[in-house]
Design a protein around this ligand. Structure first.
Ligand code: COA
Length: 134
């Protein structure tokens, strides 16, 4: 947990308290992923199931700054998308700060599209094709 908080502290505007990381949400432990290097967490993707919206929402995606631009974020996202496809869920959503142009570039490369705005945030979504829940 300490390591997860340390990595999150690199993005102070979006930093969560420990209780937010540990909050129970539907599907959270099924869909969230950690990236390990020599037994240490160097990144993670936290997501939960928004069953009523037939989608999965990414709450956090972060790679330790020392390991960025090595396509590790891409690998994490691909593994996550595979899980979402296997569960036959048709859509992934996320919110990203409008000023976070690097992350927005990354998400566009990962096939996300801008779907709306909320204050200082952009809503983005990736359609997973003609998937239906089992
Ligand atoms: C967005 C993020 C997860 C991408 O992880 P990554 O392992 O660097 O991703 P990849 O190596 O697969 O892709 C790198 C691309 O991401 C983008 N990028 C976004 N922020 C970046 C950053 N701070 N440093 C480097 N690349 C960044 C660039 O387009 C970069 O492409 P380039 O290497 O050709 O310049 C990572 O940069 C990060 O943790 N950023 C800080 C947290 C954040 O903003 N998360 C999203 C909040 S919604």
């Amino acid at each position: 947990m300490e390591r997860i908080m340390q990595i999150a502290a690199e993005t102070p505007d979006e930093c969560w308290a420990e209780s937010q990381f540990l909050m129970e949400l539907p599907g959270k432990w099924k869909y969230s992923l950690a990236l390990l290097h020599r037994g240490q967490v160097i990144g993670y993707l936290l997501a939960s199931d928004k069953e009523v919206l037939n989608s999965i929402h990414i709450h956090k995606l972060i790679v330790d700054y020392q390991f960025r631009s090595l396509r590790l974020g891409e690998k994490l996202m691909q593994t996550f998308c595979q899980k979402v496809m296997e569960a036959q869920i048709p859509k992934i959503t996320l919110k990203v700060a409008q000023i976070n142009s690097g992350a927005i570039r990354f998400y566009i490369r990962m096939k996300f599209q801008h779907i709306g705005e909320e204050g200082a945030w952009f809503w983005m979504a990736r359609e997973m094709g003609d998937q239906r829940r089992k």
